[in-house]
Design a protein around this ligand. Sequence first.
Ligand code: DGY
Length: 317
Amino acid sequence: MKKVLVTRPMPDAVIGALSAAHKVAVRDDTGPMSRVEMIAALQRFDAILPTIGDAFSAEIFAAASEIRAGLLANFGVGYNHIDVTAARAHGVEVTNTPGVLTDATADLALTLILATARRAGEGERLVRAGRWHGWHPTQLLGQQVTGTRLGIVGMGRIGQAIARRGHYGFGMEVAYTNRSPKALDFPARQIETLTALAAEVDFLVVAVPGGAATHHLIGAEVFAAMKPTGIFVNIARGDVVDEAALIAALKAGEIAGAGLDVYENEPEVPEALRLMENVTLLPHLGSATLETRAAMGLLAADNILSFLAGEAPISPV
Ligand code: DGY
């Protein structure tokens, strides 16, 4: 029996799958691991199931020196909190959970598009505050979503799932940027530059992975290129966007609104954003359905079970 650490409470099925074969410790804290915890975990466990916020940086691997763990089976498709190069250099493999959260995350992107365009947050706040005094023809007029133009930054699995929903569900004309050409099974136009894409769409949605290569990919230039009626949506990672530039663009009326699920310094959300009525703010709910979180946990567990059985992990990064 090997020793496995699960760094957050998980659905019972996930712990059950691991416990049937190995000795499992579950950390009951819902917050990120501390430096000391991460170092101790690398030294004491054969495999670790970490997630967002557990910042396994190069410094942590170096400080652990005597590393027992052979695998970090990340719970989540995004793994920008793990320095994969440093992990490999210390003999630690890394896996993630692609595929199983695509639909839930795409659904949430549409939630943000609709909520922001149709001013759902403002409407909800009005009703809850007891300030709704009745229907009238010019109350809380929003923007139409059906038949508009949707721009996707990053046409990977999640970008495609968002685009499909826009095209088939809302009759949207889809355009996108992507590092390489994509063979797609629905109509969409690839555009060379981000600013050209930003200039022609009504909704600009970011769906690229986080990490050094995409840090502040979306900044002042992109917001300046957007239509003043444009709405910006981020379901990817907070630091893909220069948050200060986003706030400045919203304040200056360069764009009409934003729907955000992720933030540059999560869980800190700038007060400037919290005070804006034209911004929809969610607490990183992209994959937060019971079905999806169970599937993510089971895939992470399967990666651990394969690895500890001496087989190749299912979804290496
Ligand atoms: C992921 O898997 O990276 C998501 O951000 C979690 O919702």
